[in-house]
Structures are given as structure tokens and as C-alpha cells.
Design a protein around this ligand. Structure first.
Ligand code: NAD
Length: 445
């Protein structure tokens, strides 16, 4: 016999240290992408809720800004995530004041921060913004993605339990066009930190630019993995396909373009197909699953459209495709897909697909490989593989992106993270990410 579990309803927002009723009564359904069932409901906030949250953050700012270092210990104790854990040490290392000639240069917290997050790594994206903002002495209004808002409620509950001063961290859930837009255009906000798509990033940047409010924009990517002729192909391509399929391809730094020497294309295709086909689809809670569903039906349909577009433009399907994967009658799944004979001017080589889709592009020589790697309006990440680390490093230096991994170098959560070009500007994580939440003041003596 199955028991009906009632759908949890979060009917309040966290503003000024209180769980308060949203001003409107509209709600948003949160859907489990594997079962396709509604698992929770959250408030669709309004511009009036944003007004209340910004006012609370503004009221809390003076007191919080005066005491960030002591209270940062609370963050370390109460919030066991990497971003929060590293901030305490970074604060100790930060030079708050320095003398430059006859000037005392001081770092001041930038003020009230609007933090807008996407859905693909929901808690990490929020922590990467909230932890440094609070550590710097700023106060925050957070808006999680309406698609994955539940962890933000858990975080706000922790802040509440830990006893943070009211107004230091505020949560307003809702749609981007209402809550997000009200936050980015709000006169009471001093800094906007946004992670999301290129399109919404452009909009956000135009609003903050028009208001002369600084913003950090962490946007999309179309990262290249350059496999040099002297690389271990098996190792390099296995790592590339794995990084492409991670989180079902919904990763901003996914390596979605695999660049291989033309004369080794058949070998590269065979390895990539085998690795992609070994990526088992299924229940994300099953340890055997390597590829879960995409986040929503809309995202699944979008990715399938990109796959059809790839075939129409002449790319050759090596494995996967736009059809529903066999044996899965529910969940928003897309089969791990590999295209070959992709040229750099094709749409699938230029657009961020945000699904488990890899494009293999053949290059003629090393200069050609570097040219193709840089032939993108994005500049978020990349990878280079070679049998000689020095060789890989020389090529890595010529790739114009915010980060590049050499021979599978691991993600470093303390290194600056961000992009160039249409991948946005500003940096998150580590000491450089913390710096974004200060402004510099020179006091002449
Ligand atoms: P999205 O741009 O659709 O939404 C991101 C956030 O912006 C959401 O909270 C959304 O509600 C809000 N938003 C939507 N319209 C808005 C508006 N008009 N004004 C203000 N806010 C608005 O992105 P998504 O689909 O949630 O996330 C996927 C995208 O995020 C991908 O492009 C991915 O590459 C990118 N991303 C980038 C990074 C990075 O660090 N560079 C990390 C993760 C994801």
C-alpha cells in the first residue's frame, strides 16, 4: 500500500530575520525531474517583497559591516560548505588597509548585495555568493532559481537557527522577470552578483550598467578540450567526455567541444562513443546512474532541438540522438550524444546546449587547434592534454578563457572562477571572489 505524502509548501519568505507572508498569493510548483511529480510549492514573490528585503538588508548593513570578522566565525561553525569554510581563513589573510605613498588605502564592504542564482548547482551557486558577501561585511538579498529553490529555504532556516542578526541574509523566491528584475534595478542595491544564462546576463548588465551599479556576471560557456597529438588519447578523451556529461551536461564549464588531430579522428570517435555509451541513465539516487534527467521538460526539449539542428547542419551522429532513450518511460532524459564532423561555424559548436552533447572537431595542426578553441564568443573554461606538461601549458596560455585545466588538473575551489567575453566578468571563489565585495577607498594623509 502506498502512502500519499502531502506536498510540502513553503509559504513564507525570509526577510529581516523573520519568516514573513509573501505579498502576493501566487505560488510556483517545484517538480522532481525524475518522477515528474510536484514535490513542493514556493511563493512567487513580487517587487514589493524585494522592496521589503532590500530595506531589511539596508537597515542591517551598518551594524553588520562594523563586525564582519568576529561574526564570520559563526559562518564557519554553522554552515559547513566549502565556500563558507574557506572565508574565515581568507579574511585573516586579506590586507584590509595598506599605505601607498601618503594614502591609506582601505577596503570597505560594498553594501547591499543582490544575489541571483541559477538551477544547475543550486546550493553551491548561492554559497559562492552569500559566503564572501557576508564575510566582507555586506548584507544580502538572495533569489534562487524558481526551478530549484528548496536548498535556499534550508539555508535560510540555518541562518535563522544560528541566530544571524535580522536583515543580514534575506530570501525572496519567485520568477526572474518579477523578483530578479526588481532586484537588479533596485535603487537600494549596491552590487549585483548574477549567475545564469548569457541572455539574462546581458539584460542584467544593461540594467546595472544604466544605473551605474557594479555587477559580477557569471554566464555560460562553450569550452574546448584540446587533445594534442602527443597526448594519451584514451585518458584525454575519457576525461573530456566525463566532464561533458557531468550533471547531465548542465555544467557551465562542461567541455563540450573536443578538438582532436584530423588523422586521429576515427580513434577519437570510437573512444568518445564507448565512454558516452557507458554513461548509464536512470534514477539519480541510484549509485549506478551516471546521467540523470535534465532539470525540466523545457530544458529536455531545448536540448533535443539542438541535437536535431546539429544533424540538419551536417554533423554526423556517432552515438545518442534526439529520440527518447529506450527503457525510460518517465523523467526528462536525453541520451548522451556525440557528434563528429563538426565544424566551428555550426550552431552546435557555438551555442551552449546545456545537455549531454559533445561535438568533436578535427584540427589540422596546433595553430589550427588554438584558433578553433578561441573561435567562440564565450571564454569560461577549457582543457589541454599532452604527453609533455610544458607543451600543454604553452598551449593553455594561448587559450582565452577564465580557466584552463592541463592534463586533467582538478577543479580548485580556492582559485578565481569566472569568464571573459560572453561568459561574463567578475570572479567568484577564493580570495579573488572575496575582493568583489569590497570597494577601495584612498584616504590621503
Ligand atoms: P537563467 O539566466 O535562466 O536564470 C538565472 C537566474 O536569473 C534565475 O534565478 C532566474 O530566475 C533569474 N532571472 C531570469 N530572468 C531574469 C531577469 N529578467 N532579471 C533578473 N533575473 C532573472 O539561467 P538558468 O537557466 O537558471 O541557468 C543556466 C545558465 O547558467 C547556463 O547558461 C549556465 O552556463 C549558467 N551558469 C553559469 C555559471 C558560471 O559560473 N559562469 C555557473 C552555473 C550556471
Amino acid at each position: 500500500m502506498t502512502t500519499m505524502i502531502p506536498t510540502p509548501v513553503h509559504d513564507r519568505l525570509y526577510i529581516g530575520g523573520q519568516w514573513v507572508q509573501a505579498t502576493g498569493d501566487e505560488t510556483i510548483d517545484v517538480v522532481n525531474p525524475y518522477t515528474e511529480e510536484v514535490i513542493a510549492r514556493i511563493p512567487a514573490g513580487t517587487a514589493a517583497d524585494v522592496d521589503r528585503a532590500v530595506a531589511a538588508a539596508r537597515a542591517a548593513f551598518g551594524g553588520w559591516a562594523a563586525t564582519p570578522v568576529g561574526l564570520a566565525r559563526l559562518i564557519q561553525v554553522g554552515l559547513p560548505t566549502m565556500s563558507f569554510a574557506t572565508m574565515r581563513g581568507l579574511l585573516d589573510e586579506l590586507v584590509f588597509e595598506e599605505e601607498v605613498g601618503n594614502s591609506l588605502v582601505v577596503r570597505e564592504p560594498i553594501g547591499v548585495v543582490a544575489a541571483i542564482a541559477p538551477w544547475n548547482y543550486p546550493l553551491h551557486q548561492i554559497a559562492a555568493k552569500v559566503a564572501p558577501a557576508l564575510a566582507a561585511g555586506c548584507t544580502v538579498v538572495v533569489k534562487p532559481s524558481e526551478v530549484t529553490p528548496l536548498c535556499a529555504f534550508a539555508l535560510a532556516e540555518i541562518f535563522d537557527e544560528v541566530g544571524f542578526p535580522p536583515g543580514v541574509m534575506n530570501l525572496v523566491t519567485g520568477y526572474g522577470q518579477t523578483v530578479g528584475a526588481a532586484m537588479t534595478g533596485h535603487a537600494g542595491v549596491d552590487f549585483v552578483t548574477f549567475t545564469g544564462s548569457e541572455g539574462v546576463g546581458r539584460l542584467t548588465g544593461s540594467v546595472t550598467g544604466g544605473n551605474l551599479v557594479p555587477a559580477a556576471l557569471e554566464l555560460g560557456g562553450k569550452s574546448a578540450c584540446v587533445v594534442l597529438d602527443d597526448a594519451d588519447m584514451q585518458l584525454a578523451i575519457t576525461a573530456c567526455v566525463t566532464r561533458c556529461m557531468l550533471n547531465s551536461g548542465q555544467t557551465c564549464i562542461a567541455l563540450t567541444r573536443l578538438l582532436v588531430p584530423r588523422h586521429r579522428l576515427p580513434e577519437a570517435e570510437a573512444i568518445a562513443a564507448a565512454v558516452a555509451e557507458a554513461h548509464t541513465l536512470g534514477d539519480p539516487f541510484d549509485h549506478a546512474t551516471l546521467v540523470g534527467p535534465l532539470v525540466s521538460a523545457q530544458q529536455r526539449d531545448r536540448v533535443r532541438d539542438w541535437i536535431r539542428r546539429g544533424s540538419q547542419e551536417g554533423a554526423r551522429l556517432v552515438t545518442g540522438g534526439a529520440d527518447a532513450p529506450a527503457g525510460l518511460d518517465r523523467g526528462y532524459f536525453v541520451a548522451p550524444t556525440v557528434f563528429s564532423d563538426v565544424s566551428s561555424d555550426m550552431t552546435i559548436a557555438q551555442e551552449e546546449i546545456f545537455g549531454p552533447v559533445l561535438s568533436i572537431i578535427a584540427y589540422d595542426d596546433e595553430e589550427d587547434a588554438i584558433r578553433i578553441a578561441n573561435d567562440s564568443r564565450f571564454g569560461l573554461s577549457g582543457a589541454v592534454w599532452s604527453g609533455d606538461e610544458g607543451h600543454a601549458l604553452r598551449v593553455a596560455r594561448r587559450i582565452r578563457t577564465g580557466q584552463v585545466d592541463v592534463n586533467g588538473g582538478a577543479f580548485n575551489p580556492c582559485a578565481p572562477f569566472g569568464g571573459v567575453g560572453c561568459s561574463g566578468h567578475g570572479r567568484e571563489l577564493g580570495a579573488h571572489g572575496l575582493e568583489e565585495f569590497f570597494y577601495l577607498k584612498s584616504i590621503q594623509l
